[in-house]
Each structure stands twice: as C-alpha cells, then as structure tokens.
Unconditional design. Structure first.
Length: 133
C-alpha cells in the first residue's frame, strides 16, 4: 500500500495510558489527509528504499513512556493498508502497525519525515527544529 496508496493520512496519536504496551493503546488526536500534499511523493519513496533504513541498529521494542504525542502515516490502496508509527521523539524507530515489524531510519530519512509532518502539525513542540548552537 505504500507504493500504490491513493489515500495517505497523517495521525497525531496519544497513548491511552502512560506506557505503551501495544499499538492499540493509542487515541487518534488529530488526522489530516496528505494524499495530494507537496512532498508526499518523496516521503513515500523514502519508505521504499533500502538506503533509508539502518538495518544494523539495535531496536528496543515499544517501551518509551507515553507522556507525549506520537505520529503515524497510513497508506491505503483498495483493501490494502500500511500504517507506519514513529516510535520515538527522534523519529529513528518506526514500526509497521499491521505486523509489528520494527526498523530504524537513517538520519536523512527521519529528518525528512519530521519536516514533512511538522508542516501539518506545526503547533507540536516535539517537531520543532533543534536550536542552533
């Protein structure tokens, strides 16, 4: 569904409890359709390229405390759906909600996704650029 999805949605999610136990432990706070948004083609493409992933990264599972909002993107094509959840505030770790597959993104890809999502959720402080040193 990532490659062919006609409908692409971004979600702001909030954990129902203070700790993430599983992927069903979220409430949808906000959603926006980005199917025709500028940059969506590049964002989609980044999730289809091997070079976007750090295949050697150590992954720790769903354990970050839930005192913040999380973000996800869902690609829908006919009956096929792929939902990618950004697991940590750095956007380094992602998981495919439908099967639990987890992988790390390289810095260029995670920075691109963070910038893309910030366009649609500009009030979220966790997406703000780091202060210049």
């Amino acid at each position: 569904a990532i490659r062919d999805g006609e409908r692409i949605e971004l979600f702001r999610l909030r954990p129902k409890t203070g700790r993430i136990i599983n992927l069903e432990g979220f409430d949808i706070v906000e959603t926006t359709d980005v199917s025709k948004a500028p940059g969506v083609l590049h964002a989609r493409h980044s999730l289809l390229q091997d070079a976007s992933f750090d295949w050697n990264a150590h992954l720790g599972g769903l354990h970050e405390n839930g005192k913040r909002d999380y973000f996800a993107v869902r690609f829908s094509h006919q009956d096929a759906v792929t939902t990618i959840l950004f697991l940590d505030s750095s956007f380094e770790r992602i998981v495919r909600a439908e099967n639990g597959d987890e992988v790390a993104l390289v810095s260029k890809t995670r920075d691109g996704w963070k910038l893309f999502i910030r366009r649609y959720f500009p009030s979220d402080a966790s997406l703000a650029p780091a202060p210049a040193e």
